[in-house]
Write a new protein. Structure first.
Length: 487
C-alpha cells in the first residue's frame, strides 16, 4: 500500500492506535529527544509521537514534528504497507526463484528485472505537492524555520537526522539516495555526513575529481518507504527509487527541483535544494550516535542551500539515535529480513540471520546454517564479510540450524557450550564502520568469527560430539494435558 503523503501515514498510525499526539509546547532543544528516548526504550518500541507545538528558539514552529514513526515491528510493517517485513522477503524470493541465478551479480540483475516487471519505474511529472510553497535563497525563510532537534546535551548543534540525500554519479548518471545526517551550521549551510564507504561519498569524489560543483537534493517525509529504502544497505547501483517503487507497489512520481537538476519524489514534505563544493570540508560533530557514544569532531563536506520547498501541510520527520534499543534498530532489522533471500541465494546453507539490537547493526551478527562439511561456518563468515555493508560486522557467531538466532540467550548458550576458543575463532582485517570508536585507527580494524556449530569429523575435534538434551514429544504432550488439569 502506498501512502500519498507522510501525513496519510501518520493518520494510519493514529487509526491503528500507534500514535500519541502531544499538544503541549515542547522544546526542540533536547526535550523532544528526551521524550522520544523514553518512548523508544519502552516495551516493543512504544508509540510514534507527534509534537504539535515544537518550540524553536522560544517560538512555536509552523510545522509539527513526528518521531519514532517506524520504531516497532508493527509500525515498520505499516510503513512498508505489509503485515510484516517477511512478506516482502517472500516477494523477493519469488522474483529470485523465477530463474535461478548462479551468482550475486546475476541475482541482483534478476532482482532489478523483477522490480521493472512490477512497474516500479518512476514517472516524471511537472508539478508536485512538495513544491506547493517555494522559498528560494533570497527569501527570509531558512533552515532556522524548521523544527530541527538538538538530540543530546554535548551535540555540536542541531542535526537533521532523517534526510534522504539524492545524488547522481556524474559519469554514469546513476542515482543514489542515502540517509546521511546534516549538522546545521547556519541558516543556509549544513554538514554532509556521508561516511567514506557510502555511495554519496563515492559520487562526491567523482565531482571533486572533475572539479565540478555537486548538486544535492535532500528530501524529508513523503511515503515512509522512501526513508526506509534510503537506509537499506542496497548494493551500489541498485536504485533506491526503483526499490521504493517496488516496496510500495506503485511508481514514484518524480519532479525536477527548482534550482538544481535533480529529481525528487513529488509527494515528499520538504525538499532542501543545494550543492556541495569540491574540496570544501568543515568539522562536523560531536554527535550522540547510533553507537551510544558521542562521535568526535571530524571533517566532512559542506552542503549549501539554494532553496527550500515544502507541502502546505508539511510534517517534519525525525529520529534520534543512541544507546540501544532505538528506532533505527527496527529499520535495520527489516532490511535484514527483507534481504535474507538474497543472502540465502548466495549461501544456500544459511537458515536464518539477525543483527541483535545490542550490536547496533554491524557489531554483532547471529547466523544459523545447515552444516554439511568441515569449516563451512568459516566460509559463511568470510562470505558475509565480503558482502556490502556486512563488511563492518565486528563479531559473527555461526550456530546450527536448530538454534533460534532471534533468541540471544539460546545463541549465547551455544556459543559458550560449543566452542573451544583457540580452535573455533578466527580474526580478520577488514574495513570498520566509521562510527566505531574501538579500533585503534578509524575505518579499519579486526573482526572476529565464532564457529558455535557442533563439530564434524575433520574439524580438529577428536572426541565424539555429545547429544543436545531434548525431551520427547510424547512426554511434552502428556505434561501439557496434566498441566491443563491443574489450571
Ligand atoms: C537514522 C539513521 C541515520 C544515519 N546516518 C548516517 C550518517 O550520518 N552517515 C552515513 O554514512 N550513514 C548513515 N546512516 C546509514 C546509511 O543511511 C546506510 O548505510 C545506507 O545504506 C547508506 O546508503 P548508501 O549505501 O546508498 O550510501 C544512517 C542510518 C539511519 C537509520
Amino acid at each position: 500500500m502506498a501512502y500519498r503523503s507522510f501525513g496519510k501515514f501518520i493518520e494510519a498510525l493514529e487509526q491503528a492506535g500507534e500514535l500519541k499526539r502531544v499538544a503541549l509546547p515542547v522544546d526542540t532543544d533536547l526535550l523532544i529527544a528526551a521524550w522520544a528516548d523514553r518512548e523508544m526504550k519502552s516495551p516493543g518500541g512504544g508509540k510514534a509521537l507527534l509534537f504539535e507545538q515544537p518550540i524553536v528558539d522560544g517560538a512555536k514552529s509552523e510545522f509539527p514534528v513526528a518521531i519514532n514513526t517506524m520504531g516497532s515491528r508493527r509500525r515498520i510493517a505499516m510503513a512498508l504497507g505489509r503485515e510484516s517485513a517477511d512478506e516482502i522477503a517472500q516477494e523477493i524470493q519469488l522474483i529470485l526463484k523465477a530463474k535461478p541465478p548462479t551468482d550475486l551479480r546475476e541475482g541482483f540483475a534478476l532482482l532489478k528485472q523483477g522490480i521493472h516487471l512490477l512497474h516500479a519505474r518512476p514517472k516524471q511529472v511537472k508539478e508536485g505537492a512538495c513544491q506547493e510553497i517555494v522559498h528560494k535563497i533570497d527569501n527570509q525563510f531558512s533552515l532556522a524555520d524548521l523544527p530541527i532537534l538538538k538530540c543530546w546535551p554535548k551535540d555540536g548543534g542541531r542535526f537533521i537526522t532523517l534526510p534522504n540525500v539524492h545524488t547522481r554519479d556524474p559519469e554514469t548518471g546513476a542515482r543514489n539516495v542515502g540517509v546521511y545526517r546534516m549538522q546545521i551550521y547556519d541558516k543556509r549551510t549544513t554538514g554532509m555526513h556521508w561516511q567514506i564507504h557510502k555511495v554519496g561519498a563515492r559520487h562526491g569524489k567523482r565531482y571533486y575529481e572533475r572539479g565540478e560543483r555537486m548538486p544535492v537534493a535532500v528530501t524529508l517525509g513523503g511515503d515512509p518507504v522512501y526513508t526506509f529504502a534510503a537506509t537499506a544497505p542496497l548494493p551500489d547501483g541498485l536504485d533506491e527509487i526503483l526499490f521504493a517503487g517496488f516496496l510500495r507497489k506503485r511508481s514514484i512520481e518524480l519532479v525536477r527541483c527548482k534550482t538544481i537538476d535533480v529529481d525528487v519524489p513529488a509527494d515528499v514534505d520538504f525538499v532542501l535544494e543545494g550543492y556541495v563544493q569540491p574540496g570544501e570540508m568543515r568539522p562536523e560533530g560531536p554527535f550522540g550516535d547510533h553507537t551510544g557514544f558521542y562521535t568526535a569532531l571530524e571533517d566532512y563536506p559542506v552542503f549549501h542551500l539554494t532553496a527550500i520547498t515544502h507541502r502546505r501541510d508539511a510534517v517534519y520527520p525525525t529520529t534520534i539515535v543512541g544507546v540501544p534499543p532505538m528506532e533505527d534498530y527496527y529499520l535495520g532489522d527489516a532490511s535484514v529480513r527483507i534481504f535474507l533471500p538474497v543472502f540465502k541465494m548466495n549461501f544456500p546453507e544459511i537458515v536464518d540471520m539477525t543483527l541483535p539490537p545490542e550490536g547496533v547493526f554491524h557489531n554483532l551478527v547471529f547466523v544459523s546454517i545447515r552444516k554439511q562439511y568441515p569449516y563451512q561456518a568459516f566460509k559463511i563468515m568470510h562470505g558475509l564479510w565480503g558482502m556490502g555493508q556486512m563488511m563492518f560486522s565486528k563479531y559473527i557467531v555461526v550456530v546450527d540450524e536448530d538454534c533460534d538466532v532471534h533468541n540471544t540467550s539460546e545463541v549465547l548458550f551455544r556459543l559458550c557450550a560449543n566452542t573451544d576458543p583457540a580452535r573455533d575463532t578466527t580474526f580478520i582485517k577488514n574495513p570498520s564502520d566509521s562510527l566505531d570508536h574501538a579500533p585503534s585507527e578509524q575505518n579499519i580494524g579486526s573482526h572476529m568469527g565464532f564457529d558455535a556449530t557442533s563439530k564434524l569429523p575433520g574439524e580438529n575435534y577428536h572426541r565424539s560430539w555429545p547429544e543436545l538434551l531434548k525431551m520427547t514429544d510424547e512426554a511434552q504432550k502428556l505434561v501439557d494435558a496434566l498441566q491443563a488439569q491443574t489450571r
